[in-house]
Design a protein around this ligand. Structure first.
Ligand code: NAD
Length: 496
């Protein structure tokens, strides 16, 4: 068993209470490391450190060019330790090594990109119509930011928040999921500690939602909360943060439609449907968990899809050939199995999978077979609620109009896929679907350059792309009077 400490104010520390909890390898079900169980006392320590680093430390005052240089160093350190960081996440989360190799290879780009943006954050001089005034806008960092992340992509999702926040000059406290804290702690040791970031700029508090997350979200010195997780937790976080008027961004759940028209390239769409729901064992917010098939190709498509999904190799996520790994957490495993029962109870027809995978089928401790339901209608719970597992619901539609209606008839709006060879239809669907991302003839593509986020219950605000940095800045209007004083003190000094 490894023993981790947490990272506060540039030092490695235990929880003040001395309490710890265990983290598990989801492939074997065995505990492999102990993690500090932080509570309000540790949260106070971490926020105070971040606040000192913001108010009195060099980070926000440093030239943005110098900040950018440190961020490029962070990127290089990720490149150096990519393999190890990926392996830790495979062990703690059960993510495939092939997926982690791709993620850790791509993560440095966030730090290069936002590091490069640091000295391109510009205010403006505004020529208000009072010539005796010189008026300008300063762009200032918001202050201490609290990040709360889920278990499904711990390092990647922390990166999406850290990079723009640091470029803006903010300081941060991160609370990772209690199920997957290890990779972030390794990141602190191998990357942050070595990067030259001043102490207190990035801090970590490990622990549970109610005990560690809530004191962080409600802390008076936290200016902004960036949360990724489920929509129910997101609503609670939003409510708590509102009491002290914090800025909030939320990246929440999804039930994304993957829509296949009869004019698509069939084999591409079949592969896109598999990737939409079975990649990462379906544990992604953007899972294409509602497959909308045009009636005319339904039967042929289902046949091809089942044939391809059947070949998925389940097994040890640390092996390069594995295609579907374990479910990350025991409660999530139970939740997926219960949704399979719900779907059966609602009258959906299970045409593949439908339960736990045995050892002979490649399964380990928490494995669910790739599962496909046909005969689903959009009113069923299996069509409306996020399962967050390898369970696909297939819904038939007649025409474009009905596809749009079904796609949008849902509380969520995170992603959507469209498979068609018609350019006209591709643009029409992209415009009509209410989701933060629409992929046409591809699925699950993300980039640091493209904004990512949700419509409706899928979230507030956007991560990635140039606009993400705006979430960590605020404007200050400055009025310098170069003219005479005086005038009527009881009348507002309007311009014009
Ligand atoms: P979750 O909501 O259960 O937990 C997320 C985080 O919130 C964890 O760190 C948890 O400890 C913390 N938390 C729980 N209760 C809290 C509280 N009361 N106050 C403060 N913090 C609290 O989500 P999860 O099960 O870890 O992750 C799966 C969910 O995340 C899915 O719904 C998925 O769609 C969503 N997700 C969204 C995105 C996105 O970018 N939109 C990305 C990944 C995952």
């Amino acid at each position: 068993m490894l023993t981790y400490q947490t990272y506060i104010d540039g030092k490695w520390v235990d929880a003040a209470s001395g309490k710890t909890f265990q983290t598990f390898d989801p492939y074997t079900g065995e505990p492999w490391a102990s993690i500090p169980e932080c509570d309000k006392v540790d949260v106070d320590r971490a926020v105070e450190a971040a606040s000192r680093a913001f108010e009195a430390g060099p980070w926000p005052k440093m030239t943005p060019t110098a900040r950018g240089r440190i961020m490029r160093r962070i990127a290089q350190l990720i490149e150096k330790h990519a393999e190890h960081l990926g392996q830790i996440e495979v062990r703690d989360n059960g993510k495939l090594i092939s997926e982690m190799a791709a993620q850790t290879k791509y993560m440095p780009e966030w730090f290069y990109y936002y590091g490069g943006l640091a000295d391109k954050i510009q205010g403006a001089v505004v020529p208000v119509d009072r010539p005796e005034h010189f008026t300008y806008i300063l762009r200032e960092p918001v202050g201490v930011c609290a990040f709360i992340t889920p278990w499904n992509s711990p390092l990647m999702l922390a990166t999406w928040k850290m990079a723009p926040a640091l470029a803006a000059g903010c300081t941060v406290v991160i609370k990772p999921s209690e199920f997957t804290s290890a990779s972030l702690l390794e990141f602190m040791k191998l990357v942050i500690e070595e990067s030259g970031l001043p102490p207190g700029v990035v801090n970590v508090v490990t622990g549970y939602g109610a005990v560690t997350g809530e004191p962080l979200v409600t802390h008076p010195k936290v200016a902004k909360v960036a949360f990724t997780g489920g929509s129910v937790t997101g609503a609670r976080v939003n409510e708590l943060a509102a009491k002290t008027f914090k800025k909030v961004s939320l990246e929440l759940g999804g039930k994304s439609p993957n829509i296949v028209f009869d004019d698509c390239i069939l084999d591409d769409a079949v592969s896109g449907a598999v990737s939409g729901i079975f990649a990462a064992t379906g544990q992604t917010c953007i899972a294409g968990s509602r497959l909308l098939l045009q009636e005319s190709i339904h039967d042929k498509f289902v046949e091809k899809l089942v044939a391809m999904a059947k070949t998925a190799r389940l097994g040890n996520p640390a092996l390069a050939e594995t295609q579907v790994g374990p479910v990350t957490t025991p409660p999530q495993y139970q939740k997926i199995l219960s949704y399979i029962d719900i779907a059966k109870g609602e009258g959906a027809k299970c045409v593949l999978g439908g339960g736990p995978a045995t050892k002979e089928e490649g399964g380990g401790k928490y494995f669910v077979k790739p599962t496909i339901f046909t005969g689903v209608n959009n009113k069923m719970r299996i069509a409306q609620e996020e399962v967050f597992g390898p369970v696909l619901s297939i819904i038939k539609f007649k025409d474009e109009e009905e596809a749009v209606q079904i796609a949008n008839d849902i509380a969520y709006g995170l992603g959507a896929g469209v498979w068609t060879q018609s350019v006209k239809r591709a643009h029409a669907m992209a415009a009509r679907i209410k989701a933060g991302t629409v992929w046409v003839n591809t699925y699950r593509a993300v980039s640091f350059l493209m904004p990512f986020g949700g419509y409706k219950a899928s979230g507030l605000g956007r991560e990635n792309g140039a606009e993400a940095i705006e979430g960590y800045l605020q404007s200050k209007s400055v009025w310098i009077n170069n003219g005479p004083g005086g005038g009527n003190p009881f009348v507002m000094k309007t311009a014009g």
